[in-house]
Design a protein around this ligand. Structure first.
Ligand SMILES: Nc1nc2c(ncn2[C@@H]2O[C@H](COP(=O)(O)OP(=O)(O)O[C@H]3O[C@H](CO)[C@@H](O)[C@H](O)[C@@H]3O)[C@@H](O)[C@H]2O)c(=O)[nH]1
Length: 316
């Protein structure tokens, strides 16, 4: 069995590749000429990398025609919310055009590939009191260009399934983290700042944005297992929340990280880290996914946070 992982050199892509190799699956991944390779350098003997620009239909057609994968994990995206305010068109074009090109190429070659698409809990956006835990039936009230791009990806998945019968599973993943998480994202950003302080690389001050937001964090290793199960057992065209079912304020998350460190740290707000609009609460109901696949989150949040700190401690 052959799996294609788009964005294999990214945070989730690298964990997906590790999971697939353990399952004995042949793994092909897309990279771009500017991709960082450090997350997958340990896997390079076991996976095949193909240079592909997903925004370019010719590039995608050549890839799909040559590889004809059985499974596709479509993880490539511009995934950082603040970047989407600085370059909204780029985020929307990248995320939406990339997926359309992929779907069109699959259609063109008449493939029956099973395709997982990485949708996001950011799509829910403004969540009203009484709407948590959030079900897949909740209204979508997106609050960023990134969220809009993910709504489009999500509904394109629905539409290509209905219109052309593509075997698309829409995974709506809540926040996820773990080793190799990019340092822009809050868990990794705070963990790296703490470790830089431990190593004496910076003064004992941690800079933060909005600490009041509430997020539902799942370990990335549980998430990639979920993506596998989604293709194994999910119903084509359906959307499934992947979440832990608990949430923490960002302040609580920071307190957990600090509890695993010995340094004395002052916390300061950095206004540049505040957003034009921030999603206040994301707390997911993953029962639909559990019922379809048997998936449950297994790795406790405390362990994920410890592993993240260890990851940064191990970096040069
Ligand atoms: N990045 C960042 N966020 C901060 C900071 N301080 C507070 N925050 C708050 O921490 C929360 C989480 O921010 P991120 O880690 O950047 O993630 P996100 O915006 O929730 O988006 C992530 O989750 C989505 C799923 O809901 C993903 O789709 C998306 O790609 C990303 O992984 C937000 O409320 C943000 O305002 C900071 O210094 N940096």
């Amino acid at each position: 069995m052959k799996a294609l992982v788009t964005g294999i050199s990214g945070f989730v892509g690298s964990h997906m590749a590790e999971f697939l190799l353990l399952k004995g699956v042949e793994v092909v991944g897309t990279i771009r000429n500017r991709s960082r390779m450090d997350h997958i350098s340990h896997l390079q003997q076991d996976i095949r990398l193909v240079e592909c620009e997903l925004r370019d239909p010719f590039s995608v057609e050549a890839l799909i025609g040559a590889e004809k994968p059985d499974l596709i994990f479509h993880l490539a995206a511009q995934s950082f919310v603040p970047t989407s305010w600085n370059s909204p068109i780029d985020t929307i074009h990248n995320n939406v055009a990339g997926q359309v090109n992929l779907f069109e190429a699959i259609r063109r070659f008449g493939l029956h590939s099973k395709i997982q698409i990485a949708c996001s809990s950011e799509e829910y956006g403004q969540v009203n009191p009484g709407e948590t835990p959030i079900k897949e039936t909740n209204p979508l009230r997106p609050l960023s260009p990134y969220a809009i791009s993910k709504v489009a990806q999500d509904y394109l998945g629905y539409q290509y399934h209905k219109s052309y019968g593509l075997h698309v599973i829409r995974t709506i993943t809540f926040n996820h983290t773990g080793p190799r998480r990019g340092e822009n994202f809050v868990t990794s950003n705070f963990a790296k700042q703490i470790v830089d302080i431990e190593k004496g690389k910076k003064p004992p001050v941690i800079y933060v944005g909005n600490l009041e937001a509430k997020r539902d964090f799942t370990d990335v290793r549980d998430v990639v297992r979920g993506y596998w199960l989604a293709l194994e057992k999910g119903v084509p065209g359906e959307a499934y929340n992947i979440a832990s079912g608990t949430c923490y304020t960002i302040a609580e998350m920071l307190a957990i990280l600090l509890s695993h460190s010995n340094v004395d740290i002052e916390v300061k707000t950095d206004a540049s880290r505040l957003r034009p609009s921030d999603v206040e609460i994301l707390l997911g109901d993953y029962r639909k996914f559990h019922e379809a696949t048997g998936w449950n989150p297994e790795i406790p949040f405390e362990r994920t946070m410890e592993d993240l700190l260890q990851y940064w401690r191990s970096q040069p």
